[in-house]
Design a protein around this ligand. Structure first.
Ligand code: GLC
Length: 720
């Protein structure tokens, strides 16, 4: 009886919550209509474009407040001046810096994604922002893309699952997420003008799903339209993307915001479905959706109904993000702990011959490499932050091993100053000694060390994982490969820590003791890294994108595909001729990958049992389950991945596609059964000729594994 009462009362609570939310929505809609009816044409126009770098007007006469946006996906950007990009130099905006979104993606943890969003959203709320300009969910199509570090990998299912939760987390603070950059912004080279040519099936199967899930499951209140062109129209004016797909097919009721400076034409923006214009050059009244738009409304050239729809969406965004007395929180110990936890869960152990975890009684640890001391919270351009503290890898190792003598040698010098316009004088990373001397010093220091840890990688300076331009090479920069070869010759147990937000070539991986993929980890970098190196945290990260052996092994074979080239009219054209074969979808067919999508080691070991399907023939749903055992001597987490293979497709399909994952924590010796319930959507491909998703009857396989290249068990079933 108690159980029944319990279930009933839970149902009532949920029903009540649902009703309350529905009431809230109804109240907002009612207020939108009431305010809209009172607004003058000038007031309507005013809410559709910026009044400063990061704000749009409200309706002062009616007591509607301004709308404030701020970057970025990894933390709340310090304020710029009203109308200048330079930092305003305030003393109240040093934030908690969270790990980059590639790190969150590498955690494969939905709950953590929600927690991340909620945490960074609390900081945005405290800083009185209505809109947080993130998450970025553009698919990693090339390792060279300058902004991979801000995005969530090469697979639309993984990116979508985590982005949806991040959005829900941010918006739980009544701060709007702004999912970006919609769509097809997969490179920085010619990002402001490049026209992407891509077939519909690829668009719908690879480049849209993460946005769709962020809207339909995440409930995103705003979307940022990208700079680039698609099908000959700028994304900020692209009626197909914004009106037909986003608002039409997906039912998006939020506001479509332009990327900063992404609008080029009044009629395009008005008719293309854009709602709010930011970042255009020149006076705010001259914005395309300002006076020029008003003139066309007055002349009757553009419709008042269309205008009113934009104003409704701007008001809805404004009303949804009212504080109502809630003020979030900022720089709290909880946020610092969140940042550290996300870092520890996202770090990926790529190789370990047993040298890790470091023994607690280590006597001498030698730490090498510029990235052991380099501030990484700055750099990368718009996602750059000013943080209250940033624990360097060196500091984190020192704090984790207080008894050990921790010696630091620079070993290499990037020659790139600390980026960003913030005063980072306390980080003096200049170096005057010649490269040879740096190496000599390191070689001498490592001789009698218990452990040697080299912290290298990229550094978020120009061409080194930075918005605005792509990387120039897939190789590690600053001579690191040669240096590692020299060091590994004397210390083959060397631990290489790669700090990057993109895949890089790791030619020496087999010559060192361990390789750790550490992302840009934010304020708690050194602590999160030391947690994993010391074993305080058992690494559980899995790669959100493939590490090919070289670029040549990848799907982008021609200049047309990447970076593109100018056509006869001088328009930059990029052709996605690889179609859906991006990332592991390509490497499954062609090989050439050094570390595969979904790969990551642990300090313990896991054993997979036999996968079972709930039925031999699937009608609408099917459950695949598999026992998983921790066969090692240390608690740990494993990300069990479910891939689906269509064995009898009438069209070309990838060998397999990710359609489920579960992160499971197990004590030593513990076994849990992991289950995945899938629907027909997990079996479907997009049939562009019919413009619909199709699940063809026939034989399918559920492949369950520890990575895309390590399937441990499979089970066949038929779709009716
Ligand atoms: C930048 C970026 C975008 C950012 C915006 C505001 O150019 O493309 O991600 O949110 O402008 O800084």
């Amino acid at each position: 009886m108690n159980k029944v009462l319990g279930v009933l009362s839970l149902a009532c609570v949920l029903l009540l919550a649902g009703c309350k939310a529905a009431d809230k929505r109804a109240d907002i809609e009612k207020e939108v209509e009431e305010v809209l009816a009172q607004m003058t044409l000038d007031e309507k126009i005013a809410v559709l474009h910026a009044q400063s770098k990061f704000s749009a007007r409200g309706v002062p006469r009616l007591g509607i407040p301004e709308l404030w946006c701020d970057d970025g996906p990894h933390g709340v950007r310090p304020d710029t001046f009203w109308d200048k990009w330079a930092s305003a130099g305030q003393t109240n905006d040093s934030c908690t810096a969270y790990p980059s979104l590639t790190c969150l993606a590498a955690s494969w943890n939905r709950d953590l994604a929600y927690r991340y969003g909620r945490s960074v959203g609390e900081e945005a709320r405290y800083r009185k922002k209505n809109v947080l300009l993130g998450p970025g969910v553009n698919i990693c199509r090339t390792p060279l893309n300058g902004r991979n570090f801000e995005y969530m990998g090469e697979d639309p299912y993984l990116a979508g699952e985590l982005a949806a939760r991040y959005v829900q987390g941010v918006q739980s603070n009544k701060v709007a997420a702004c999912v970006k950059h919609f769509a097809l912004n997969n490179q920085e080279c010619h990002r402001m003008d490049g026209n992407v040519n891509v077939d519909d099936r690829t668009l719908y199967e690879i480049y849209l799903p993460a946005f769709k899930k962020a809207v339909q499951q995440g409930g995103a209140w705003s979307i940022m339209a990208a700079y680039n062109q698609y099908d000959g129209a700028f994304a900020c004016h692209n009626a197909r993307l914004i009106k037909d797909i986003l608002k039409g097919e997906w039912g998006f009721d939020g506001a479509a915001i332009s990327d900063w400076g992404g609008v080029h034409d009044t009629e395009g923006a008005a008719r293309g479905g854009l709602d709010i214009e930011f970042g255009t050059a020149g006076a705010y009244n001259d914005y395309y959706l300002a006076e020029p738009y008003k003139a066309r409304i007055v002349s009757g050239e553009l419709s008042e109904d269309e205008l009113n729809d934009k104003v409704r969406r701007a008001l809805r965004l404004n009303f949804r993000t009212r504080a109502d007395g809630y003020s979030g929180s900022f720089l709290s110990p909880e946020h610092t702990a969140d940042s550290r936890r996300i870092g520890g869960e996202g770090i990926v152990l790529l190789r370990n011959n047993g040298v890790l975890p470091l023994a607690g009684n280590a006597r001498k640890i030698v730490v090498l490499g510029e990235n052991a001391i380099r501030p990484m919270v700055v750099g990368g351009s718009s996602s750059s932050l000013k943080t209250q503290h940033e624990i360097s890898p060196l500091q984190g190792i020192r704090d984790a091993f207080p008894e050990a003598e921790v010696v630091y040698c620079r070993t290499y010098y990037s020659g790139m100053p600390t980026p960003g316009s913030y005063n980072y004088s306390q980080y003096d990373i200049t170096e005057t000694r010649p490269a040879g001397e740096l190496l000599t010093e390191a070689l001498a220091a490592v001789e009698d060390a218990d452990y040697v840890i080299f912290v290298g990688g990229l550094n978020k300076n120009e061409t080194q994982d930075c918005e605005g331009e792509d990387r120039l090479s897939y190789e590690l920069p600053f001579g690191q490969n040669a240096i590692i070869e020299r060091l590994a010759a004397v210390r083959p147990d060397l631990v290489f820590v790669n700090i990057s937000g993109s895949p890089v070539a790791l030619p020496f991986a087999e010559k060192v003791g361990a390789v750790v993929q550490a992302w840009y980890l934010g304020s708690e970098t050194g602590n999160a890294l030391a947690d994993v190196l010391s074993g305080a945290v058992n690494p559980s990260g899995k790669l959100p994108f493939s590490f090919p052996v070289s670029l040549e092994e990848g799907p982008l074979k021609t200049e047309r595909q990447y970076p593109g080239s100018a056509d006869e009219k001088g328009v930059w054209q990029v052709y996605y001729e690889e179609g859906i074969y991006v990332g592991y979808r390509w490497y499954d067919l062609h090989g050439g990958v050094q570390f595969p999508f979904g790969y990551g080691l642990s300090y313990t070991t896991f054993e997979y049992g036999q996968a079972k399907a709930s039925a031999k023939v699937m009608k609408d749903r099917l459950t695949v389950s598999i026992p998983l055992t921790n066969t090692g001597d240390r608690a740990g987490a494993e990300v069990v991945q479910l891939y689906i293979a269509d064995e009898e497709a009438s069209v070309d399909r990838p060998v397999k596609e990710l359609k489920g994952f579960e992160k499971v924590w197990l004590e030593p010796g513990e076994t849990k059964t992991v289950s995945f319930t899938i629907g027909r959507d997990a079996l479907s491909f997009f049939d562009a000729s019919r413009h619909e998703w199709v699940a063809e009857p026939g034989v399918f396989k559920a492949l369950v594994g520890a990575s895309s290249a390590d399937i441990r068990s499979e089970v066949e079933f038929r779709l009716k």
